[in-house]
Design a binder for this molecule. Structure first.
Ligand SMILES: Cc1cc2nc3c(=O)[nH]c(=O)nc-3n(C[C@H](O)[C@H](O)[C@H](O)COP(=O)(O)OP(=O)(O)OC[C@H]3O[C@@H](n4cnc5c(N)ncnc54)[C@H](O)[C@@H]3O)c2cc1C
Length: 413
């Protein structure tokens, strides 16, 4: 049996998972994690509930990967979403599958996922060093020393970089892994935010702040009038613009981002066509004929939305329902189907759910996650140039790549 001391850089989703898998395969690794708490980002995922994976087939999963899906094929087949679910259930975390096949702990507590892995690691003697890895010393394409803010280590045979991306830096993902990978010769593709809220020019977003619209049609057009995104779901108005799951997914199709390049068109009534909507307006206007248009729309739209929407349709808000002309009604119908917002840009990358870009996939073996440049280096998680939609896909990518790296390393022993 050859020496196989493994260093895992980063104690987040992919770091903890690779450590657990290594232990299950008979190797006790060392984790370097500068935060006092392990899995800080994991602990806030899914609004504190942790959407741990998506209970779909591998082929459906692949359709939800935005950048470099092919790279994920092998590792996803090696650790499918269902196998991830088994892993956590065996660790004592019962799971449930919700709408959109999103999987959560039955307890609705993301911390249960973190604790289950942490307890398993501690029980099996995994060494956790509260240190930040700053650099590597290499010789003949092999890392021979890991330098941290507290010391240097030359005892590691294999190293997995699990340092995450650039978003939510307060959780520890500050982009160190990119610099470490670059220092041994890896290419880092352009880094930008993904799954990110949108800043819009319209003041009305601030007025509607806090309003969440369910079942809304969302289309995004670029400045050449080409539709780049079309889906239904939840949209949230914020003080700066638009957010919510469907907007976050739309953002992955808005590259490169430039001011005024993209327009978001909301269909407020996707289940109704223009003719049906017109009839509905006529009926509401006759029911509330003596009321102002503001009040007459109260049964069709949420309160917060009515006033900004009437402004968008360029109709005088003080007008009574019975004096609305047919062309004004037509404008309302058109507005309901096409409520437009002009995008100024993404929110800062620190607010993104994930980072787009990372270590170039052609420089990593997709079966083993081993670097093609450095002999004893592996990657897992968001540091790699792969990103996906919301729905538990990002964590599954972290787990599948972690599992592939751990499996490959265990086979060296
Ligand atoms: C608010 C929010 C909610 C999310 N919700 C979901 C969800 O519900 N489902 C889903 O699938 N995805 C979700 N994601 C995305 C998901 O959390 C990430 O894709 C995932 O955590 C990436 O795992 P990782 O191991 O690559 O990185 P991380 O989990 O970020 O872990 C990286 C770790 O590396 C450590 N580190 C960094 N630099 C160094 C260094 N130099 N030395 C040592 N350690 C270092 C960090 O401190 C950190 O602990 C969410 C993201 C955010 C921001």
């Amino acid at each position: 049996m050859t020496n196989n001391n493994v260093a895992i850089i980063g104690g987040g989703a992919s770091g903890l998972f690779s450590a657990c898998r290594l232990i299950q395969m008979g190797i006790i690794p060392t984790i370097f994690e500068p935060n006092q708490l392990l899995g800080m980002k994991l602990g806030i995922t899914g609004k504190g509930r942790c959407n741990v994976t998506n209970n779909c087939s591998v082929s459906e999963f692949m359709e939800n990967i935005v950048s470099n899906p092919k790279f994920m094929f092998s590792s996803l087949n090696k650790l499918t979403p269902q196998q991830t679910m088994e892993f956590f259930e065996q660790l004592g975390v019962p799971l449930k599958t919700e709408r959109g096949r999103r999987v959560f702990p039955v307890s609705d507590k993301a911390t249960d996922i973190v604790l289950a892995m942490k307890n398993f690691l501690v029980k099996h003697g995994c060494v956790i060093k509260n240190e930040r890895v700053k650099s590597f010393d290499s010789k003949e394409d092999t890392i021979i020393r890991i330098n941290t803010d507290k010391g240097s280590y030359s005892s590691f045979d294999n190293i997995i970089i699990c340092t995450g991306g650039l978003s939510y830096p307060k959780t520890g993902s500050t982009g160190d892994g990119y610099a470490l990978a670059k220092s041994v010769g890896h290419t880092i593709t352009d880094l930008s935010p993904s799954l990110i809220p949108l800043e819009c020019y319209e003041e009305s977003c601030r007025i509607m702040m806090g309003l969440a619209l369910k079942n809304t049609g969302v289309k995004v057009f670029n400045n050449e009038q080409k539709m780049v995104y079309n889906d239904f779901g939840e949209v949230l108005f914020t003080h700066f613009g638009l957010s919510g799951p469907t907007i976050l997914s739309a953002s992955t199709h808005m590259h490169p981002m430039e001011p005024k390049k993209y327009t978001v068109s909301l269909d407020l009534k996707p289940a109704l066509n223009e003719e049906t909507l017109d009839k509905r307006l006529l009926s509401d206007f006759s029911k509330f004929s003596n009321k102002s248009i503001n009040n007459a729309l109260g049964e069709l739209l949420p309160n917060k939305l009515i006033s900004p929407f009437i402004d968008f349709c360029q109709i005088d808000k003080t007008k009574k329902a019975n004096s609305i002309t047919s062309s004004e009604r037509k404008a309302l119908v058109k507005g309901l189907k096409n409520y437009k917002f002009t995008v100024k840009g993404f929110r800062p990358i620190s607010e993104a759910m994930v980072t787009r870009g990372g270590v170039k996939v052609s420089e990593i073996n997709p079966v083993t996650m081993k670097s093609k440049i450095c002999n004893n280096l592996y990657f897992a998680g968001e540091v790699i140039d792969v990103d996906a939609y919301t729905g538990g896909y990002s964590l599954q990518i972290a787990f599948s790549t972690a599992n592939a790296a751990a499996t490959a390393i265990s086979e060296l022993s």
